[in-house]
Design a protein around this ligand. Structure first.
Ligand SMILES: [Fe+2]
Length: 139
């Protein structure tokens, strides 16, 4: 049972970010499944590492894109990204030190954060760029 079911409301209309978000949801689901089914610790740790590497890669790509497109809410967006990275790092650290008792709570946090971030903050840059494209099309 996946922790996040992908649906089209997650689409922000900007590639490659829709593809990135799908991959992130998939990685989150795989990390969660590993944990629920008590996969060997290293497997789960590897997935978490893959998740956090991919998150960093994706955030940098979005941040560059926002800068290039003069997105006005760039700083707030970066602050949200940094908060997510911090939480992921704390979780990885707990996991490495064998303190994973609260992992379901943490996964619930990660899922809520990811979904809310895509549906509000990422959707916002999607709307922004579609307005820009529309306006420049008319000019
Ligand atoms: Fe984002």
């Amino acid at each position: 049972m996946p922790i996040v079911e992908w649906n089209d409301s997650f689409l922000v209309g900007v590639e490659p970010f829709d593809g990135h978000h799908k991959h992130l949801v998939d990685l989150l689901n795989r990390s969660y499944t590993g944990l629920v089914h008590a996969a060997p610790l290293e497997n789960c740790g590897d997935l978490l590492e893959e998740l956090s590497d991919y998150v960093s890669y994706h955030f940098v790509a979005e941040e560059l894109w926002m800068m290039e497109n003069s997105y006005p809410r760039y700083e707030e967006h970066i602050a949200e990204h940094n908060n997510y990275i911090k939480q992921l790092q704390e979780f990885q650290q707990d996991y490495r030190q064998g303190r994973a008792e609260t992992s379901l709570e943490v996964f619930t946090f990660l899922r809520r954060w990811l979904v809310e971030h895509i549906l509000t903050s990422d959707a916002d840059y999607g709307r922004f760029i579609s307005t820009q494209t529309h306006e420049s099309g008319r000019a």
